[in-house]
Design a protein around this ligand. Structure first.
Ligand SMILES: *[C@@H]1O[C@H](CO)[C@@H](O)[C@H](O)[C@H]1NC(C)=O
Ligand SMILES: *[C@@H]1O[C@H](CO)[C@@H](O)[C@H](O)[C@H]1NC(C)=O
Ligand SMILES: *[C@@H]1O[C@H](CO)[C@@H](O)[C@H](O)[C@H]1NC(C)=O
Ligand SMILES: *[C@@H]1O[C@H](CO)[C@@H](O)[C@H](O)[C@H]1NC(C)=O
Length: 702
């Protein structure tokens, strides 16, 4: 039985009246004792803060349990749960029931979306010596159940190719130029590429297509010692969200484009592609003759690039079909500012078992729900509303989160304080984080409060600082996970955190609970740490009377971006608009900081500042929205953020100012004068965006 579906209303969700939580008296007193214990033994370090907020944060940390995290992960990963399939519905119900059982206001929101599944693939190689091999394209292993989807590229068209094979290294434009220099033309060939070099799967296919290839075979080099096996599935769709409802929500009965609509067709590659295992790729690559590989490609272990003499006969049959996807939400209403939202999100759907990707994050989300529910029983109510989100169909292109953001755009723009994303939460050792820069400080402070999972007596911060020369926080320009619609479309300050990176069983059938207990996090202490950092960040953002946003840090980062940019540009292009706008932004950031300091002082005196705090907080919240531009990026207008977003060119040297990056690399066919004018125009656009952020931060009309 599915629970009733509640559609979000103008305030994101209808306020459902909910029965009072059944209070277990014993538990209540037990918690009161813990609370008393904490008050006694944790003297208040910061006299400015209300004591209760600190107490709740300490309690939140003390409620951690690696056992519950492990049990959630076990339950979520019993079966593969690809979006749109029956086992995926079971995980939907599991998450929904979990929220409900913890007495949280729970919602389920459905959308219709175009998904993509494989029906048949074959690959036969004919070698020069006359022999042929019919490759098995499944992931062979006794442990892999029949319910694991075979390796494929979602949204690849069906098709066939019978042609010579060429090795194209990473499949970047520069790789094709190297081949050209060797006299190799890939037109009419099947290209075999290794994944890497900063190029997305879809990018490899797009470039191959433009170079005249008939099909793409893609493999991932794996280090066997790290447990790397299997074949990497993934999407090759361009853009994000449901392709049949671009820019609006795919609600049931709503407007949908047709499959043959040009706007839909341009989201998909025109040539078929398939992921291959390393072993299969090795057999084919080893049989190629022709020119020697360029020196820079030697680490591939190959000697000759082809084309041929090996011929492959490749077919792929897939099905694009509309399915129903389900986002699940738990809402904890804020006491003082119920109409301000702190959103925590993680996707639930997985290519296979999804122990790392994404359910290590889901386990953390469920544990945070459990712990927040415990806090509520002893009287905690956040100042602002917290929403826990479990997204569907992220693997197909951030579909669940994108549809929801598109549906709620106005309310999100006006009311969301921050979005906190966790995807592959635990991949191995080492803490990593991405954030918009006003959140850097909060992240650092919070990691000082959480125990490091791998070194006794150290905090996450100490270990993080010790393993890096400078603590580095990534910027969220990539199109990697569910922060994309929040930041790059809606301008919401965002964070993304994880333990470990580049885990070897990514998108394979081996991303299982078993792998997690053997390699990723045997004692589930890293899960505890991620949940701790994630939850504490949320508690600060929901409970601090003044939002812990540091725009001086943003100003510094903009300054840094400008310096990198200036090294790439010729003298005749003026950076003055950018320089001036950053100076003004810096002044506004200083003013906001002074104002916050003053308000904190008045707050300590006991003044009633509700409206003043609200006014400052709104300015802090809205400043990020200033970076949005109504027209968006040229040719990709869904991407509205002019500071962080994906550059159109896969080989761009900039991973910020995507509009400027596009103008710099979009040189082909333009006269130098026109190109300079285009770059100058994009610099002006960024400068105006920064000015909008400045005026939002100041909160004044001219
Ligand atoms: C290759 O093997 C598959 C599965 O065993 C089979 O269906 C297919 O007909 C074979 N193709 C050729 C050309 O032998
Ligand atoms: C490669 O071959 C195709 C078809 O023969 C031709 O149209 C194209 O111009 C060639 N490309 C280069 C770079 O020579
Ligand atoms: C033919 O060549 C392929 C590819 O190099 C090789 O794997 C296979 O063993 C060879 N077969 C014979 C019979 O030599
Ligand atoms: C939880 O941590 C304890 C202490 O390190 C460990 O003994 C236990 O096995 C862990 N539990 C799980 C499920 O990994």
């Amino acid at each position: 039985m599915s629970p009733p579906i509640t559609k979000p209303t103008a305030s994101l969700f209808s306020s459902a009246s909910k029965p009072p939580p059944p209070l277990c008296t014993f538990l209540f007193f037990l918690l009161l004792c813990i609370l008393g214990f904490y008050t006694l033994h944790h003297p208040h370090p910061n006299p400015r803060e209300p004591k209760s907020a600190l107490r709740y944060r300490n309690l939140f940390l003390s409620f951690s349990s690696n056992f519950t995290l492990a049990s959630y992960l076990r339950a979520l990963t019993l079966h593969p749960h690809l979006a749109g399939t029956q086992p995926s519905l079971d995980t939907t119900d599991y998450v929904y029931s979990h929220f409900k059982n913890h007495n949280l206001e729970t919602h389920k929101v459905e959308y219709t979306a175009l998904l993509s599944y494989p029906s048949h693939a074959s690959l036969v190689a004919h070698f020069a010596n006359g022999s042929a091999v019919n490759f098995s394209l499944t992931e062979i292993s006794g442990k892999v159940g029949p319910d694991v989807v075979p390796p494929y590229h979602a949204y690849s068209p069906s098709g066939a190719a019978h042609a010579k094979v060429v090795f194209v290294n990473y499949g970047r434009e520069e790789d094709y130029r190297s081949l050209e220099a060797l006299g190799v033309n890939v037109s009419g060939c099947v290209v075999l590429a290794r994944k890497g070099g900063g190029l997305s799967r879809g990018g490899v296919v797009k470039i191959a297509e433009s170079n005249g290839a008939l099909a793409v075979l893609l493999y991932v080099e794996r280090d066997g010692k790290r447990g790397g096996r299997g074949v990497e599935r993934g999407t090759v769709m361009r853009g994000v969200g449901d392709p049949l409802s671009p820019g609006w929500a795919g609600v049931k009965g709503g407007e949908r484009l047709g499959l043959e609509d040009s706007e839909v067709l341009e989201r998909f590659p025109k040539i078929p592609s398939l992921p291959l295992s390393c072993e299969t790729a090795d057999v084919i690559l080893g049989s190629l003759r022709g020119p020697m590989v360029p020196r820079e490609w030697r680490d591939s272990g190959l000697s000759m690039v082809g084309p041929g003499p090996t011929l492959v006969k490749f077919t792929y049959q897939g099905e694009k079909k509309e399915g129903t996807i389900h986002n699940v939400f738990a809402v904890i209403r804020g006491l003082e500012e119920p109409d301000r939202y702190v959103i925590l999100g993680n996707h639930r759907d997985a290519w296979t078992y999804g122990a790392v990707d994404p359910n290590s994050g889901t386990a953390a989300l469920l544990d945070i729900a459990r712990r927040f529910s415990l806090l509520m029983r002893i009287g905690w109510k956040p100042r602002r509303t917290i929403i826990l989100c479990s997204w569907d169909a992220e693997e197909f292109g951030m579909v669940g989160s994108t549809e929801w953001v598109e549906q709620n755009l106005v309310n999100l723009g006006a009311k969301v304080v921050a979005y906190l994303n966790v995807d592959c939460a635990v991949q191995g050792p080492g803490f990593f984080a991405g954030a918009t820069p006003q959140l850097d400080n909060l992240l650092r402070e919070v990691t000082k409060k959480v125990k490091d999972p791998d070194s006794e007596g150290a905090t996450v911060f100490e270990k993080w600082a010790a393993t890096n020369q400078v603590i580095s926080i990534e910027r969220l320009s990539g199109v990697d996970s569910d922060f994309v619609p929040f930041l790059q479309h809606a301008g919401v300050p965002s964070i993304d955190i994880y333990y470990g990176r580049d885990f070897p069983v990514y998108h394979t059938a081996f991303d299982s609970y078993d792998w997690m207990t053997k390699h990723g996090d045997p004692l589930f202490h890293r899960h505890v740490a991620v949940a701790g950092v994630w939850g504490l960040v949320a508690l600060h953002l929901s409970d601090d009377s003044i939002l812990p946003f540091d725009y001086l840090s943003y100003a510094e980062q903009l300054e840094g971006h400008k310096d990198v940019l200036s090294n790439l540009l010729v003298q005749s292009i003026s950076l003055n608009p950018l320089i001036t706008s950053i100076q003004e932004f810096t002044l506004a950031a200083k003013e906001a900081e002074d104002e916050a300091r003053q308000l904190r002082w008045q707050e300590r005196r006991g003044d009633n500042l509700a409206l003043k705090l609200r006014a400052l907080n709104d300015r802090l919240m809205l400043a990020e929205r200033g970076f949005l531009d109504a027209d968006g990026l040229r040719g990709r207008h869904w991407f509205k953020h002019l500071i962080y977003g994906p550059p159109g060119d896969y080989e761009s040297k900039l991973d910020f100012f995507p509009g400027i990056a596009d103008a710099i690399s979009g040189s082909t066919g333009k006269s130098p004068r026109d190109q300079q004018a285009a770059i100058q125009h994009e610099i002006w656009r960024v400068a105006r965006a920064i000015e909008r952020a400045t005026s939002a931060l100041k909160g004044q009309l001219t």
